[in-house]
Ligand binder design. Structure first.
Ligand code: NAD
Ligand code: GLY
Length: 369
């Protein structure tokens, strides 16, 4: 069954439709957003091979002609060179400003295509059709688009909301187990932020979701999207509460920058999973969170198979100075002070401004020793 969750943003509001079989019916969902029966689909080689024909048939069934741009898979597409190639490719299709671009893939395709759409002709509409668990529960919703810089993750980008998100649970069947697990980090994140009951649910249904149970996956996507929609509607441009969605990301992004983008060495969700464990242990070390509560949170993250010990996280060994440099570039920082999402317990995340860099450095030294 398809469920629909609204992201309430006034004239930029849109729906996230979640359910099985949506690719095959895509034309019906997409057509109301088109000025003429034509759409440009941006995807990667893996998604094109596995699901491209189903989407094409679903669009063509409603008379929509499809131009496809197929990029190599991987995080290293999310740079200036990848953005330039994509913009040139979309312009070569002769699209008009009021045409619609469809981002069909994981978070890399969504972030890159959303940014290209936001820039081209000063802003074209786009639709997200996310195909990874991570993209369905997080990156396709909320309008953050970006490429990476050598100084840090997602540092060059725009807020540009999609017109529609179609999350077809069926496409997750082909997702490798490692990618599903990485996406699970962003699922459990919503519970850890402010919903302890959802952490319990993840504990009981996580194994089924990891094994590909469609009911468990659909529920996980629904709860996650509803949580994200609520936060984004309250704070679209991250002036305050939206920063909570960054739980685990300050440490996580630092690992990603240090590991180098691309090559699949360290996945974003893996970095976030370990980053959330560090956020809990750092909160405990600062006397903010009871140590047994931090240990329970870390166990909940580890239960899905995510690594919570940075010494064993792929991409190491880690250089503390490089991690600290990346942390210093974090977008949440303000007035020269470090900002972290810390926690008082499971479901009790909060924004901590003015975090002492010396304390972070000492904590990392103890974690990595
Ligand atoms: P990804 O887009 O690289 O996809 C992971 C891999 O899975 C790729 O190799 C892809 O080809 C493959 N794949 C995709 N769908 C598949 C399917 N159905 N079956 C088989 N293989 C499939 O990575 P991701 O984890 O989806 O996204 C990570 C990116 O998202 C990072 O760049 C991160 O910064 C970004 N992100 C953005 C936001 C946001 O709010 N904009 C939030 C979270 C993460
Ligand atoms: N993924 C964090 C956000 O959308 O704000």
């Amino acid at each position: 069954m398809t469920t629909s969750i609204a992201v309430g943003l006034g004239e930029r509001s849109y729906e996230v439709r979640i359910g099985p079989g949506l690719l095959g019916q895509a034309g019906r969902h997409v057509a109301p957003f088109l000025r003429r029966p034509r759409a440009a689909v941006v995807t990667d080689e893996t998604v094109a091979r596995l699901h491209g024909q189903t989407l094409r048939a679903g669009l063509e069934a409603d008379g929509i002609s499809v131009d496809e741009i197929v990029l190599p898979p991987g995080e290293d597409q999310k740079g200036f060179a990848g953005l330039e190639r994509l913009c040139d490719g979309l312009l070569a299709l002769g699209l008009e400003r009021r045409d619609v671009v469809i981002a069909f893939g994981g978070g890399v395709i969504g972030d890159l295509t959303g940014l290209a759409a936001g820039l081209l002709k000063r802003g074209m509409d786009f639709i997200q059709i996310p195909t990874t668990l991570l993209a369905q529960v997080d990156s396709s919703v909320g309008g953050k688009t970006a490429i990476n810089a050598s100084a840090g993750k997602n540092l060059i980008g725009l807020f540009h909301q999609p017109r529609l998100v179609l999350a077809d649970i069926g496409v997750l069947d082909t997702l490798p187990a490692r990618e599903r697990r990485a996406g699970w980090a962003e699922v459990i994140k919503y519970g850890l932020i402010d919903d302890p009951a959802f952490v319990d649910w993840c504990g009981t249904r996580g194994a089924a979701a990891m094994a590909g149970d469609p009911g468990a996956l659909q529920r996980a996507v629904e709860v996650s999207v509803a949580a994200k929609a609520r936060i984004v509607a309250a704070d679209e441009r991250e002036e305050g509460v939206r920063a909570l969605l960054n739980l685990g990301h300050t440490f996580g992004h630092a690992f990603e920058v240090s590991a180098g983008y691309g090559g699949g060495v360290l996945l974003h969700g893996e970095a976030v999973g370990c980053g959330m464990a560090l956020a809990y242990r750092f909160s405990a070390a600062q006397g903010l969170c009871p140590p047994d509560e931090a240990a329970r949170a870390v166990n909940a993250i580890a239960a899905s198979g995510l690594e919570t010990d940075p010494r064993r996280l792929p991409g190491g060994p880690w250089d503390i100075a490089a991690l600290m440099a990346a942390i210093g570039q974090d977008k949440k920082n303000a007035g020269g002070a470090l900002t972290f999402i810390l926690t008082r317990g499971i479901g009790q995340a909060f924004i901590a401004r003015d975090v002492d860099p010396g304390a972070v450095r000492a904590f990392l030294a103890s974690e990595l020793s």
